[in-house]
Ligand binder design. Sequence first.
Ligand SMILES: NC(=O)C1=CN([C@@H]2O[C@H](COP(=O)(O)OP(=O)(O)OC[C@H]3O[C@@H](n4cnc5c(N)ncnc54)[C@H](OP(=O)(O)O)[C@@H]3O)[C@@H](O)[C@H]2O)C=CC1
Ligand SMILES: CCCCCCCCCCCCCCCC(=O)[C@@H](N)CO
Length: 344
Amino acid sequence: MCTITSRLTEPYVLATAVAVLAVLVSTLAMGLFSRSTSFDPRGKFCYVPGGSAGLGKALAEDLVRRGAHVVIVARDASRSADTIAGLKKLAGGDAERKLFAVSADLTSQEASEAALAEACAAFGGRAPDYVFLCAGFSKPQLFVNATAADLKSGLDGVYWVSAWTAHAVVKMMVKQRVKGTITFVSSFVGYAAIAGYSPYAPGKFALRGLADSLRAEMFLHDIKVHLYMPAGILSPGYENEQKTKHAITKKIEESDTPISPEAAVRYLVRGIEKGNYQITNDFMTDMVRVATAGPVPWNGPLDLVYSALSAIVMPIFRQVVDGTVRSSKKSVEEELQAQGFFDN
Ligand SMILES: NC(=O)C1=CN([C@@H]2O[C@H](COP(=O)(O)OP(=O)(O)OC[C@H]3O[C@@H](n4cnc5c(N)ncnc54)[C@H](OP(=O)(O)O)[C@@H]3O)[C@@H](O)[C@H]2O)C=CC1
Ligand SMILES: CCCCCCCCCCCCCCCC(=O)[C@@H](N)CO
């Protein structure tokens, strides 16, 4: 007893105890421990804009396997029809299961309201239980090469494509007192912009701003909000963006190994189950997450360690990435000259 007491008062033991206590108190005070929730969409109405391809399609498949009713939204009706045929096959002829597509361009407010209404009509006009805002596109390129239309569609097709639906969905859930869950899909570059993404990153930052705003407000209505921040996903959209992506951006992205849409869905679902507000796929995204989170909840006590690490990693990140850009000065000059950029 005596030895234990004297050991306890040894300075390093005391210091360690105080440090551990401080960490525990601060983590609790900061509400760092996200509460795990059950994710059981069986028999629930899931609304998946962007569900015909890539991440959204893989998610729709996962939801069908879990026994959910799934409505997807996309512009290309024939691709949607193929996806729905696949979903019906997965459901194995379950006649009760509602699986269909709505065709709409969600960059317009009217079309977003109408698409939601069309989907809900099949559920007696009830609001969805789960909404996964997966629609989006990217046309990465250097800022000087982007047209006015590229920059505008970078907000329409990245921000408004989800924001209009979020607005329509929230109003509907609140009116009907449906305690739903809304998941936004932003991106690594919604935390940390890198060269070549100026038409896209601002829209993803804006989406994060909207998700943070709703996280802060939806306690009023018992609506849950999640924000998914993936890095590269090997999807049709990814294949397409490679066509315009600048060599500098490709070089920077060499540090990121893109994952399959199915793997991305596993991270997303795990994040929802853990009750995490911000959901990430990898270590580097966690580094930029803790560096930019502000007052939103952390994902657990490990974020304290990440936070300290991030303070060291961020300046290295910046030097590596800025170095890649700086060393391309000459080749970009030549490239612009070859384009005739300076000629008038
Ligand atoms: N792939 C990646 O590396 C990453 C992607 N993300 C984000 O994840 C999400 C999914 O990406 P990904 O799977 O690659 O995308 P894909 O291009 O593979 O699929 C996009 C889906 O959204 C639909 N869609 C796009 N624009 C609209 C629109 N205006 N109205 C209605 N539906 C639309 C598409 O259908 P249709 O064209 O027929 O309308 C399709 O169903 C996007 O928000 C993307 O920004 C984030 C980080 C990395
Ligand atoms: C220690 C320092 C190392 C430096 C590491 C740099 C890592 C950069 C990773 C960039 C990943 C970007 C993913 C963008 C995904 C996206 O949203 C688009 N594909 C759009 O579809």
